[in-house]
Design a protein around this ligand. Structure first.
Ligand SMILES: *Cc1c(COP(=O)(O)O)cnc(C)c1O
Length: 391
């Protein structure tokens, strides 16, 4: 099918919930995508932080094909090897104790919220179930995770929402200290992604971890976007020097297949016992086989390169000194670019995409989430497009 035919068919038969860029994607190699007509696009998006190994990565495709031939799904009523092995690796690499596998970020965060409320209920009974999240956060699109999201615009249309969420400003410890006796947990992204790529202060995060310990609140860290190598460590919490009670992951975990989950610390491993939490597709063996390839690829050396690539790209963007861009920020290959007054992030994104560079927006600025395997040549090609289009 041509791009025009795909767009027409989509318009007719897929519910119109997305503001799409006007590009149909057919295939990819490395960090480069191609439309059905063969036009190339340098990809600074990874399918929103998902395709950490880029496109056409042979070991990933081979592992998926081999597992699909053996066993595609059997449910959690039985044991399977790929998920057990992936859980072992995730625990050993982080110091967490066990994993619950799910399918998407919002669903993983729901599990984290359920765990926190049950931890508190088991220990203290009813009335201690509030969860404090941060303003400008994003935690998902389910009725509960919309409410967990600390942005008013998400609290519309779908009433009634789940009760028991409070909001505090990021990097303001006093707001958390003032939270009431009915709190059971604090939930946060360490780099707010959708909010605009805003890294939290390290001292603040460590102080929050200490406060949570003092008050027996669970510290829930949403690593759906920051996790799995994106920031230059397997999880961002490792660079912040904390071990969350529970951390969620999703986007990059399986390199492009739908998989998510939560990591629980030793204290939290038995909170959700048999019958309290489940999901039919969770721990899917094909997704887990893909996740194992991601873990094999993300060695310490590879993660150090992610840091170096992020620094290279940020310096490259700042060196262009474009009239529309201010400072860059972020961690590893999770990069935000400030858009200066008088310029519009959506227009900038459209211009870049028209000219062969896929980018994202977030909060008030631009957001770049290139595949972690992106090469220097591909980064340079992206920078050249920025220069040509935006200078
Ligand atoms: C993307 C994202 C989510 C939601 O994940 P879905 O897979 O779309 O449900 C939740 N939290 C954060 C931080 C995210 O970036």
């Amino acid at each position: 099918m041509t791009s025009a035919e795909i767009k027409a068919l989509t318009g007719q038969y897929i519910m119109n919930t997305y503001g799409r860029f006007p590009v149909a994607v057919d295939h990819g190699q490395g960090a480069t995508l191609y439309d059905p007509e063969g036009n190339a696009y340098i990809d600074f998006t990874s399918g929103i932080g998902v395709c950490d190994l880029g496109y056409g990565y042979q070991p990933w495709a081979d592992a998926i094909a081999a597992q699909a031939k053996k066993l595609g799904h059997v449910s959690n009523l039985f044991y399977t090897e790929p998920a057990a092995r992936l859980a072992e690796i995730l625990c050993k690499r982080t110091g967490e104790s066990c994993v619950f596998f799910a399918n998407g970020g919002g669903e993983a965060n729901e599990g984290m919220i359920k765990l926190a409320r049950k931890y508190s209920f088991d220990k203290y009974g009813k009335g201690r179930s509030a969860i404090v999240t941060l303003n400008n956060s994003f935690h998902g699109r389910t009725i509960t995770t919309l409410m967990a999201t600390g942005q008013e615009v998400f609290h519309n249309y779908f009433f009634p929402f789940t009760e028991g969420f409070r909001y505090a400003d990021a990097n303001d410890l006093s707001a958390l200290e003032a939270a009431g006796d009915d709190v059971c947990a604090v939930m946060m992204e360490l780099v707010q992604g959708e909010g605009g790529v805003l890294p939290l202060d390290k001292a603040y995060v460590q102080a929050v971890a200490k406060l949570c310990e003092e008050r027996d609140w669970l510290l829930l860290v949403d690593e759906v976007q920051t996790g799995v190598g994106r920031t230059g460590s397997l999880f961002a919490f490792q660079q912040y020097g904390i071990l969350p009670d529970v951390a969620s992951f999703a986007k990059g975990i399986a390199g492009g297949l739908p998989m998510s989950g939560i990591l629980a610390s030793a204290k939290c491993r038995d909170v959700l016992g048999p019958g309290t939490h489940a999901t039919t597709f969770g721990a899917n063996p094909v997704c887990a086989a893909a996740g194992l390839v991601v873990q094999e690829t993300l060695t310490g050396e590879f993660l150090a390169e992610v840091q170096a690539k992020g620094a290279y790209l940020r310096q490259g963007i700042e060196a262009l000194d474009l009239p529309c861009f201010g400072k860059t920020r972020g961690m590893g290959l999770m990069i935000g670019i400030e858009v200066k007054e008088g310029f519009h992030k959506g227009e900038i994104a459209n211009k870049l995409i028209e000219n062969g560079l896929l980018v994202l927006t977030a909060g008030p600025g631009m957001r770049l989430l290139p595949p972690l395997v992106i090469t220097k040549e591909e980064m340079d090609a992206g920078l050249d497009i920025m220069k040509k289009v935006l200078a």
